[in-house]
Write a protein that binds this ligand. Sequence first.
Ligand code: FAD
Length: 388
Amino acid sequence: MRALVIGAGISGVTSAYFLSQNNIDVTLVESRRYPAMATSYANGGQLSASNAEAWNSWYNVKTGLNSFFSSSHSSVIVNPTPSVRKLLWFFKFIQNIKNSETITFNICKMAVKSIKLYDEIAKRESLEFNKLDKGIIHLYMNEKHTENAEHINKIYNKAGLKRFQITHEELYKLEPALKNKKLNSIFYTPSDKSGDIHKFCRDLTEKMIKKGKLKLLNYNVDNLKELSEQYDLIIICAGVYSRFLAKTIGDYLNIYPVKGYSITINNPGYNTPTVSLLDDFKKIVTSRLGNDRLRVAGFAEFNGYNLDIIQSRIRPLIKWCTEMFPNINTNDIKPWAGLRPMTPNMLPIVKKSKNNSKVWYNTGHGHLGWTLSAYTAKEIVDKIIKSY
Ligand SMILES: Cc1cc2nc3c(=O)[nH]c(=O)nc-3n(C[C@H](O)[C@H](O)[C@H](O)COP(=O)(O)OP(=O)(O)OC[C@H]3O[C@@H](n4cnc5c(N)ncnc54)[C@H](O)[C@@H]3O)c2cc1C
């Protein structure tokens, strides 16, 4: 079978990997010069089943609407200029608020399995991507958020995730950099992990190429019709651009680009965190990538395909770090912005095309693409193998 995977981000690289594990010859095509240069470049780094909570809530809708008037303190920012696509997406997003608990449950279940798969892949292929097995700590700042955390925890537990509340003393032991911080509540998930998505994609791609299991091509695919004459199977993993490729064969994918920002702090110094953190109120995550780098990420901005790195989003990330860790060295910072390929029900699209029997989709992983991709890649390859 001649298989083509379009897009060498995390969803494409893992899809190519599971195809190659089934002894299928794979070609991976990427429009950028190297793999993982788009959204899979500098994300929050968390492999986090504990961040499976669906974004579909009236609280988030309200936060987005408030950002029309003032965006300076908001974690969700919506550009008020209307567009049909944006409105359709939000309409579906709101329709799914009633399903948010089921969505959370389903994402959490997938994430738990996915994280186990990453462990297996990392071990089997001896991958180096600054994987850290220290769990993830969630920080909750007020009573209302703690109540929600307790509720969500019941769903997580049902989905097979062990996340539990810890005391301040336990927090200080786990993460001494947070010593003396007073929070409303703290939850800990020992099985969650963190790591560098870019290094993972690069290392796995290189290893597959070296073993003769993968061919990497470098061009932009603009039409699926011709390619489906050359290949027996095509998997679309093109992130926020997947919908344009789908359109060339008459498929419709409701994926909106939701922009986020990160800073990578080089040599952050002493009294800075090693355990991966999530501040639930500010929606900021951190991951330690080796001794020398601290990644800090946040914001959900609905502003089309714009990739400008806006300083008024970067500054709050730096401010958060200096408030939480007053001794942090912020001399050397690399800012970045990326677009989450977001579906309105938060669930990735893992299915066959309606219009072309050779084309499949593994895309739309939204805010949890690093966490979920190993699972959905295995799922799509299992489905493909069954159907051929
Ligand atoms: C600020 C931020 C923080 C995040 N933090 C986390 C986190 O902590 N944990 C987590 O699980 N997830 C996180 N995410 C989400 C995660 O990074 C994404 O879901 C994931 O990277 C998407 O991967 P992808 O492979 O679908 O898309 P991409 O990484 O964008 O890959 C798609 C690839 O397809 C290529 N391509 C597109 N069109 C074509 C074409 N026509 N021809 C050829 N190639 C094409 C692109 O160049 C690109 O390389 C975060 C995202 C952001 C923005």
